[in-house]
Write a protein that binds this ligand. Structure first.
Ligand SMILES: NC(=O)c1ccc[n+]([C@@H]2O[C@H](COP(=O)([O-])OP(=O)(O)OC[C@H]3O[C@@H](n4cnc5c(N)ncnc54)[C@H](O)[C@@H]3O)[C@@H](O)[C@H]2O)c1
Length: 480
C-alpha cells in the first residue's frame, strides 16, 4: 500500500522504515530542511540501532523516499502523522504541529485518505481532527481519522515496532479498520524479513486491539502514566529502604515475582526523563483536570520524580562536602541507553545544578554528546569514560550504558582524585567496585541517616556501614 508518514523524528522515521521493510511503499515528509537533506543523503539524524541499514536498503529498493510535507501528503492512501507534541508551559500538549499538518492535508489532498494520528495526543484530538479536516477541506477530500498510538521505546524502536505486544487502533467505522488491518497484517502474522535478528526467534502474534478513537487516545496516556507511577513508586520504596537499612533490589525482586506486579519498571534511580513520560504525565493530569477528574495521584508521581535529582545531589554533597571547585565526572547524558536523545534527560537538570554549585563537569556519553552540546555548552565533553574521570572527585553514573558495567576499575581508581562512584542507576554490584578500593554509593541500597542527628557525613557512613554489616551478620548494633 502507498503510505505517507509526516515527521521524520524518532517515531516517524522508525514507522516509515518499518512499514517499508514489511513491504509498503512509503513517502516520509519532513519540514526541517536540514534534517531532510541529511535523510536524502541517507545519513540518520538520530541514533537508533538498525535504523541506518533498514533505511538504506529500503531507499535502494525504492520502497522509501524522503521529501517535503506537501510531497508526502500527495503520496499515500493512509497518512500517518508523527509530528512532535511537546508540553506547553501549563502542561497541555502543544498540538500546533499536528494542526498545521491537518490543515495542509485538508487543503491539498483529494479523493479518499485515511488520516492516522500516531503522535501522542490528548483524548478527543481525533474528533478535533475530523472537524478541522472538514472545515478546511477545499479539494473534495473524503477521509476517515483513526488513532494508532505508538508504544515503541527509543533504543529498541525497530524491534518494538516489528515485534510489538499489541497494536492498538481507534476507529469509528469499518473502513479505517480494514485499511489498518491490511497495513499491519505482516506484523500481526510476524511474516516479514526481520532486519533485527539474523535468525529471528519465533515471536508470538501481537494482539490487534480495535477500540473507539477516544479509547485508543486514552490507552497511550494511561499506559505511560502508569509506567511513570511504577517508577516513582519504586523510587519511594528506595527512599524507605535507605531510611531503614533494607535493600531495594531485594524488595523489587520480591515484588516483581508477583505476576500481578511484574518485574519491569521496578528499578530505582535518579528519575524518568525523555520525550514521553514527563510530558505525557503532565498532559494526562491536564486532560483529567479539564474533564473534572481529580488525578492528583499523578501530581505526586511528578513530584517524586522531580525530587530525585536533589536527593542524588544530596548524596554527592554528603560525600564530597563542598561542591565548589570539585571536578565531577558524569557518565551518560542520554535519558536512557542506546539513544542519543537528551530531551528532558535527568542529566541536564543534574549537571545544571552541579554547575550552579560551582563544580566543574566533564562528561562522556557514547551517542548523545552532539545533542547535549546544544543544551549544555559549558561542560567538557570527553572521548571516553576514563578521560572524563581523570582527576575527578567523583564519577556519577547517570545513564546505564552497558559499557559502564565492565570498566577497568583499577585503572579508573589510579586516575581519579578520589575513588568515589555514585551510581544513579544501580547498574553496578557494590562488591565489584568496593573490592577495587572505591567508595560506592547507589540508590536504596545504603542506609542514609537523617542529617538532623548531628553526625558528620563520614560518621553517618561509618555508622551506616557498621549497621549494615551488623544486619548481614545477624547481630544487633546500637547507634546511640
Ligand atoms: N520518542 C518516543 O519514544 C515516542 C514513543 C511513542 C510516541 N511518541 C510520540 O510521537 C510523537 C513524535 O515524537 P518524536 O520523538 O518522534 O518527535 P521528534 O521531535 O523526534 O519528531 C517530530 C518530527 O516532526 C517534524 N515535523 C514537525 N512539523 C512537521 C510538518 N508540518 N511536516 C513535516 N514534519 C514535521 C519535526 O521536524 C521532527 O523531525 C510525539 O507525540 C511523541 O509523544 C514518541
Amino acid at each position: 500500500m502507498r503510505i505517507s508518514v509526516i515527521g521524520a523524528g524518532y517515531v516517524g522515521l522508525t514507522t516509515a522504515a518499518c512499514l517499508a521493510q514489511i513491504g509498503h511503499d512509503v513517502f516520509c515528509g519532513e519540514s526541517d530542511e536540514k534534517k531532510l537533506s541529511t535523510l536524502q543523503a541517507c545519513v540518520m539524524p538520530i541514533f537508533e540501532p538498525h535504523l541506518q541499514r533498514i533505511v538504506k536498503n529500503a531507499c535502494s529498493a525504492e520502497r522509501l523516499r524522503f521529501g517535503s510535507t506537501e510531497q508526502a501528503i500527495g503520496w499515500g492512501d493512509a497518512i500517518f502523522i508523527c509530528v512532535g507534541t511537546p508540553p506547553l508551559a501549563n502542561g497541555d500538549a502543544d498540538l500546533s504541529a499536528l494542526e498545521a499538518v491537518a490543515r495542509m492535508i485538508a487543503k491539498q489532498a483529494s479523493g479518499y485518505r485515511l488520516v492516522v494520528e500516531k503522535s501522542t495526543v490528548p483524548v478527543q484530538t481525533g474528533a478535533q481532527l475530523r472537524k478541522h479536516l472538514s472545515v478546511h477541506s477545499t479539494n473534495g477530500l473524503k477521509y476517515d481519522v483513526a488513532s494508532n498510538p505508538e508504544f515503541l521505546r527509543e533504543g529498541s524502536s525497530i524491534e518494538d515496532f516489528l515485534h510489538p505486544d499489541r497494536i492498538v487502533i481507534g476507529v469509528d467505522s469499518p473502513r479505517p479498520e480494514k485499511i489498518l488491518r491490511e497495513i499491519y497484517q505482516p506484523i500481526v502474522d510476524q511474516r516479514f524479513d526481520c532486519p533485527v535478528h539474523t535468525s529471528c526467534p519465533r515471536h508470538s502474534r501481537p494482539t490487534f486491539l480495535v477500540v473507539e478513537t477516544a479509547s485508543a487516545e486514552l490507552i497511550k496516556h494511561a499506559s505511560n502514566s502508569f509506567l511513570a507511577m511504577k517508577i516513582s513508586f519504586i523510587n519511594m520504596v528506595a527512599n524507605l529502604c535507605e531510611a531503614v537499612g533494607a535493600d531495594v533490589t531485594e524488595v523489587a525482586t520480591g515484588m516483581g515475582l508477583d505476576p500481578r506486579i511484574g518485574p519491569a519498571f521496578l528499578r530505582p534511580g535518579i528519575g524518568f526523563g525523555g520525550f514521553c513520560f514527563p510530558k505525557d504525565v503532565q498532559a494526562f493530569i491536564r486532560i483529567a483536570e479539564k474533564s473534572g477528574c481529580d488525578f492528583s495521584l499523578l501530581r505526586e508521581v511528578e513530584k517524586i520524580n522531580q525530587d530525585r535529582i536533589g536527593r542524588f545531589i544530596e548524596k554527592l554533597r554528603g560525600e564530597v562536602w563542598v561542591m565548589r571547585g570539585k571536578k565531577i565526572a558524569v557518565w551518560g547524558l542520554a535519558f536512557k541507553p542506546n539513544t542519543d536523545d537528551v530531551r528532558f534527560a535527568p542529566s541536564i537538570a543534574l549537571i545544571r545544578a552541579l554547575l550552579d554549585e560551582g563544580a566543574t563537569v566533564s562528561a562522556y556519553d557514547p551517542q548523545a554528546t552532539e545533542k547535549s552540546k546544544l543544551v549544555l555548552p559549558n561542560i567538557s565533553y570527553c572521548e571516553n569514560p576514563y578521560e572524563a574521570a581523570e582527576g575527578s572527585d567523583a564519577v556519577l553514573i547517570v545513564t546505564e550504558w552497558e559499557q559502564f558495567r565492565d570498566m577497568d576499575w583499577r585503572r579508573l581508581k589510579s586516575i581519579m582524585a578520589r575513588p568515589l562512584i555514585l551510581d544513579g542507576r544501580n547498574m553496578l554490584e557494590s562488591k565489584q567496585v568496593t573490592s577495587c578500593g572505591f567508595r560506592y554509593v547507589s540508590i536504596g541500597r545504603d542506609l542514609v541517616l537523617p542529617p538532623q542527628n548531628g553526625l558528620s557525613a563520614n560518621e553517618v557512613h561509618y555508622r551506616s556501614a557498621a549497621l549494615q554489616k551488623s544486619w548481614s551478620d545477624s547481630s544487633v548494633v546500637s547507634l546511640d
